[in-house]
Structures are given as structure tokens and as C-alpha cells.
Design a protein around this ligand. Structure first.
Ligand code: 6GU
Length: 227
């Protein structure tokens, strides 16, 4: 999978070199490329934004610069993801869908956003016919300063679903039972007693049927608490 991100803060993406993502990148399973939006700004002060038409607070990112940055990245069969708090809520189902994609492009706007004509333009038939799909995505009901951290969250959730990225693929099949929002059961390891707190007896019993039932019940209790 190829992943491009366009941002005015390329340094935000340094964590991509760490842990599982770094290994996946070294192994050539995912290919990250980060692009500095400002390098496409040819105006006097390398400005990337301007005041909104109609007035109001904040600045809006210039469509011209986004067009220059995105045009060369949008090859056939690409998912263009525009990060905005007004977008569709990212969840495990969306992560699973994007993990099947061959090319993701993350457009990281500051929170006041990118001129809406950028979305409108890339949603035109000329792009749709080349299998370029545009998605406006949010990671939750709160406002971040920009789309960079949201992109990292999405990249981590998506890439760990690609075969070969996760060390132990069994963790994926166990999770998939939980895709509809079922939270996992509590886990324990050695020692059997820690600071006077004992591991639940059933887990030491070796009775796999009863253990599975207990875990399903605990997961259900957790899910209920979080409603
Ligand atoms: Cl994608 N962007 C911003 N700026 N804030 C957010 C978000 C995205 N998702 C949740 N909050």
C-alpha cells in the first residue's frame, strides 16, 4: 500500500518510523511519503491560507496550492482522504475498508479547513471515472488544530490490518468478532496474585469452554458500562 500525506507540518509524521509501522515500511509492505504543502506556495510569504469570503474568524486554506500538491499524487485507483471535524466518523469498519486500498492520500487541513472547491473539484466525474474517491473524515467529536494527528490515528488503525504488518495475525481474528463495537474482555498475566489481587479462578482452570463464556460475559459488561 502506498500512503501519501500532504501537510504544513511534515515533522508530525516522524512516528511513522517507529514500532510496527516502521517495520512495515522497512519491509516494503507500506510506502509512506510526506509532502510539505508550503513547498507549493509560490506567493510572496509562502502563505497557504487567506481570510474567508463572507467574513468570520480563522483562515481558509488556498485551493490553488492544494491543487498543485494533490494533482501529481492522484493516480488511478486512489482514496483521497480530507481530514475535517465535519467529516464522516472514522471507525473500525472504515479502517477495514481502507486497508483494502492500494493508495491513500491524506490531505491535512488546519481546522478551519480547506476551501470547499478542492473537495468539489476532485469529486468531479473526470476523477470518479479514474477510480479516485474523495472522503471527508473525522476521528471524533472534538476539534483538533489540524488533520495531522487524525491522519496518524487512521494510518495506525488501517495499516495494522494489512497482512504482514502485525506480528501475530491471531490478534486480528480475535478482534474481528468485536468489530461492531464490542469491547474486549480484561486480561491478566503472571503473577497469579499481585498486591493481594488474584487473577479470576476460572482463567487458571484450563476449562476453555467456561473461559470463553466468562470472557464473553465480561466483554458484555464492559460494553454496557461504556454506553
Ligand atoms: Cl480529521 N480534524 C480536525 N481538525 N479536528 C478533528 C478531526 C479532524 N477529527 C476530529 N477532530
Amino acid at each position: 500500500m502506498k500512503i501519501d500525506a500532504v501537510t504544513i507540518f511534515p515533522d508530525y509524521f516522524a512516528p511513522l518510523q517507529l514500532s510496527l509501522l516502521g517495520k512495515a515500511s522497512d519491509a516494503g509492505i507500506v510506502n509512506f511519503q510526506i509532502h510539505d504543502l508550503r513547498s507549493f506556495a509560490s506567493n510572496n510569504h509562502h502563505a497557504v491560507d487567506d481570510t474567508p469570503y463572507g467574513g468570520g474568524a480563522g483562515m481558509v486554506m488556498l485551493p490553488e496550492i492544494w491543487g498543485l500538491a494533490l494533482d501529481p499524487l492522484l493516480e488511478n485507483d486512489t482514496d483521497l482522504i480530507i481530514l475535517t471535524p465535519a467529516g464522516k466518523r472514522f471507525d473500525q469498519k472504515m479502517a477495514a475498508k481502507f486497508s483494502q486500498s492500494t493508495h491513500l492520500v491524506f490531505a491535512c487541513g488546519r481546522y478551519e479547513g480547506i476551501d470547499d472547491r478542492v473537495r468539489q473539484h476532485y469529486q468531479r466525474e473526470q476523477y470518479a471515472s479514474r477510480n479516485i474517491r474523495v472522503h471527508e473524515v473525522s476521528i471524533g467529536d472534538y476539534v483538533l488544530g489540524g488533520g495531522e494527528v487524525a491522519s496518524l490515528v487512521m494510518i495506525e488503525a488501517i495499516t495494522r490490518l494489512i497482512p504482514g504488518v502485525l506480528g501475530n495475525p491471531d490478534s486480528l481474528s480475535e478482534e474481528s468478532h468485536n468489530e461492531d463495537g464490542y469491547l474486549e474482555y480484561p486480561n491478566f498475566t503472571k503473577p497469579a496474585i499481585w498486591r493481594d489481587i488474584a487473577v479470576p479462578e476460572i482463567l487458571l482452570s484450563g476449562n476453555h469452554g467456561e473461559i470463553a463464556k466468562w470472557r464473553a460475559n465480561e466483554a458484555a459488561k464492559r460494553a454496557e458500562k461504556n454506553l
